[in-house]
Design a protein around this ligand. Structure first.
Ligand code: ADP
Ligand code: ADP
Ligand code: ZN
Ligand code: ZN
Length: 756
């Protein structure tokens, strides 16, 4: 068996002819600043090539049904093993996918109830909410029902003639409106809130009789259907897939989701819920926190049930072991954070006994308090010791510390990166003098001058999820760090409760930028309009011609540069457009130049290159330059003006969002783990930006685990003491210097350790 994976001549994205040897059955960590090329080597080269080589081993019949992977730009990769990518992409799923179903723990619990619970409802599907045998007939196993929201459907203060019925199709004067107004059962001028109980019942729910209605085709007898029944029939009973988007929108506008009354959200039918083990039914089980459920199962003592309970416990213990003990099995996977989803995917693979694989992780420490990083490391080590190769893209020094081998990319980002600047052990990296090496040995000191708050934004009685009715005063005019272990309630408090109480707060996340697939840094910053005008003026044509959705765009790909092919059940496949070769414009437009450069040449420039170009050829236009310089301010000068926004990393997306905010003052910014994806050197850039926002008169609130951010904050709100029901309380509020002396806070403990 070869001992290494070898890569020769990798050139994907910014990689500069990279050749590498990666030891098998070892942990290799990839480090380097954001944009240095870590993902280009690990995901875009190694993972893609592994998948492509795997696909080639299938028969043509299967291969034709698999997504086509273009060969990455690399001369050779040898001795790859099958790669499994465990990333932060949302685990997704639908309303029927829960922590229990995703980890397969629920199926073990189902077996337990069918064999051991009393009275038994039948074989296992009898306890499946995704099977007609077990699902609640009222909500079809979803636990929630969508109902017409009467307060949105009816304006109670108005009469029928006055337009009380707000639902689509019931406009005053229409024949459907006349069914009610002209029925003779109501006074059309009486406001609905003065109706008798009988009149109200009749209007909303109808009656078992017909009324004569005049239509264009003559008169007809129509059953007197109430407003509610009519809406339910037309908008809710239909398969949404067959409804026009306008109808779906109408359905959403007038409806509200409620917990299903028949099953009280338990998703199961009466028979399934009647089965009990020691007084608890299966829904009680799935509502318990995972750590508590493991204890309940440990108490089962029975020759039949104990082995099944033990199988479930082994899996639950893995969830607890990775710091997810605060989740419950009924939690919908769509509500999990990226880090939680990644750790769940990890648990699924830890259960398998496959060896000889390559596991690839994307910053697995995201969302983890330093206290829990040790447990994450244990899992990575276990995967390795079972005979797998583990590749990790990571910034956290505590994870880097367990690497058998480190590949440090750099020296900087984008065009200034793409080289391997160091390969070897962590010990040698510390002396290597690279950016990463230097940051591993130096420690950021705690700041000494804390800004004083200019005021406070209160949150009172916060009780969502695990929050214990807490009162918090978020200071204004300062940088606040909200800390605490995973599941302590940070996101709930900040991203949900605080932003609901103060809706004018501006949330800057790393999420996708909701813009069209044709968006670029230039269009996002508003520089594209000005660049178009410069080109139009110089060539005596219309500015619109230089737009990706105009007649100047390539006709084949409609200005996208790539062609997307959707395949049922598979990831969509993207290929470069053959006609324009990714240039996105047609030949006529490409012939129009400024300073001997076509618009595509300019879009290929980095901001650093474009600034001198527009100084020379921009015709004295200051606005473009100002917008391009904001990219400089947020450390993104290496991005090209025309790079699709969809190719930006989370950290890059977040910084480009910040670039549009730098001129503001008096705003409140909320950031959830802004250091995600950032190298220790990038964290410095980010903190400088946040300081600049605060100095300009704004308030910044960050949910953070990174101790460098805590050290530079003016104020800390520490939640805990632990996760889930053991959290949700304020452990500490004050300056980081005051936090240092706190006896119980986990954050204080790690802050002390960080300061040596
Ligand atoms: P890292 O993982 O170290 O943050 P990446 O490998 O994601 O860095 O990116 C390296 C460089 O390649 C960056 O300049 C990034 O903007 C660029 N890049 C990444 N994906 C694409 C793409 N699809 N098209 C063009 N440039 C890209
Ligand atoms: P943190 O941000 O500190 O990691 P969260 O605010 O995400 O913590 O979670 C706090 C608690 O609230 C946890 O017990 C978590 O399981 C629960 N929780 C978070 N989001 C949801 C949700 N959408 N539905 C139900 N429970 C949730
Ligand atoms: Zn139900
Ligand atoms: Zn094209």
């Amino acid at each position: 068996m070869p001992q290494n994976i070898t890569i020769v001549g990798a050139r994907e994205n910014n990689l500069k002819d990279v050749s590498l040897t990666i030891p098998k059955d070892r942990i290799t960590v990839f480090t380097g600043v954001s944009g240095s090329g870590k993902s280009s080597i690990v995901f875009d080269t190694i993972a893609v090539e592994s998948q492509r080589q795997l696909n080639e081993t299938f028969t043509t019949f299967i291969r034709n049904r698999l997504p086509k992977h273009e060969r990455p730009h690399v001369e050779a990769i040898d001795d790859l093993s099958v790669a499994i990518v465990i990333d932060q992409k949302p685990v997704g799923g639908n309303v029927r996918s829960t922590v229990g179903t995703m980890t397969d723990i629920y199926s073990v619990i189902r077996v337990l109830f069918s064999r051991y619970g009393t009275p038994s409802a039948g074989a296992a599907t009898a306890y499946s909410f995704n099977d007609p045998a077990g699902m609640c007939p009222e909500c079809d196993g979803v636990g929630r029902v969508v109902r017409l929201d009467l307060d949105r459907a009816v304006d109670w203060s108005k009469s029928l003639n006055g337009g009380a019925l707000l639902l689509p199709g019931l406009t005053v004067g229409g024949w459907e409106w006349n069914l009610y107004a002209g029925s003779g059962h109501f006074d059309p001028d009486k406001p609905i809130d003065r109706y008798t109980a009988e009149e109200r019942q009749l209007l909303l729910h109808g009656g078992d009789f017909t009324v004569k209605v005049e239509m264009r085709t003559g008169s007809a007898d129509v059953r007197f259907e109430g407003v509610v029944g009519r809406f339910t029939r037309l908008f809710l009973k239909r398969d949404t897939a067959t409804m026009s988007s306008k109808r779906q929108e109408a359905a959403n506008r007038f409806t509200a989701q409620r917990v299903c009354e028949a099953c009280d959200g338990a998703r199961l039918n009466k028979a399934a819920l009647a089965t009990r083990i020691d007084g608890l039914n299966i829904s009680d089980y799935t509502r318990l926190e995972v750590a508590d459920l493991a204890e309940v199962l440990a108490r089962i003592d029975d020759p039949v049930a104990t082995p099944i309970a033990a199988a479930a416990r082994a899996r639950l213990d893995r969830l607890v072991g990775i710091g997810l003990g605060y989740l419950s099995l009924d939690r919908e996977t769509t509500s999990l954070s990226g880090g939680e989803g990644q750790r769940l995917k990890m648990v699924r693979h830890l259960g398998s006994s496959l060896t000889g694989l390559t596991f690839i992780f994307d910053e697995p420490s995201v969302g983890l308090h330093p206290r829990d990083v040790g447990r994450l490391n244990d899992l990575l080590l276990r995967l390795r010791d079972r005979g797998n190769t583990v590749l990790v893209v990571e910034h956290d020094p505590d994870v880097v510390a367990i690497a058998d081998h480190v590949v440090d990319m750099g020296p900087r980002a984008g065009a200034d990166g793409g080289h391997v600047v160091f390969e070897g052990t962590v010990e040698r990296l510390r002396d290597a003098g690279t950016l990463t090496g230097r940051h591993l040995v130096s420690r950021t000191p705690m700041k000494t001058d804390f800004r004083s708050p200019t005021g406070h934004l209160p949150v009172q009685g916060a009780a969502l999820h695990n929050l214990k009715g807490i009162d918090v005063a978020f200071p204004t005019g300062v940088l606040t760090a909200v800390t605490g272990v995973a599941g302590s309630g940070k996101s709930t408090l900040v991203s949900q409760v605080f932003t609901a109480a103060h809706p004018d707060a501006i949330v800057i996340d790393q999420g996708a930028i909701t813009a069209s697939s044709r968006s670029t840094p230039a269009s996002y910053l508003g520089a594209m309009d000005i660049i178009r005008k410069v080109y139009a003026k110089a060539n005596g044509v219309e500015p619109g011609l230089f737009s990706f959705n105009s007649s100047g765009a390539c006709g084949e790909c409609a200005g996208r540069g790539v062609i997307h092919t959707d395949l049922a059940f598979m990831d969509p496949v993207t290929t470069v457009c053959q006609v324009c070769e990714g240039r996105r414009f047609n030949d006529d437009v490409l012939a129009l130049k400024v300073g001997r450069r076509s618009i595509v040449d300019v879009l290929d420039m980095t901001a650093a290159q474009a600034i001198p170009f527009f100084e020379e050829f921009g015709g004295g236009d200051r606005a473009t330059l100002r917008k391009l310089r904001t990219l400089n301010d947020v450390g993104l000068t290496y991005l090209t003006l025309g790079q699709p926004l969809s190719s930006l990393s989370g950290g890059e997306r977040q910084r480009i969002k910040l670039a549009t905010q730098l001129h503001r003052t008096g705003s409140v910014y909320v950031l959830d783990e802004p250091t995600t994806g950032l190298h220790m050197a990038d964290v410095g850039t980010l903190l400088a930006l946040l300081d600049r926002l605060v100095d300009a008169g704004n308030s910044v609130i960050c949910v953070e685990h990174n101790m460098d951010v805590v050290k530079r904050a003016d104020w800390v709100i520490d939640l805990g003491p632990d996760g889930g029901k053991h959290g949700g309380e304020i452990v500490f509020e004050g300056t980081p210097a005051e936090l240092l002396g706190h006896p119980k806070s986990f954050t204080a403990e790690y802050l002390r350790r960080e300061l040596g």
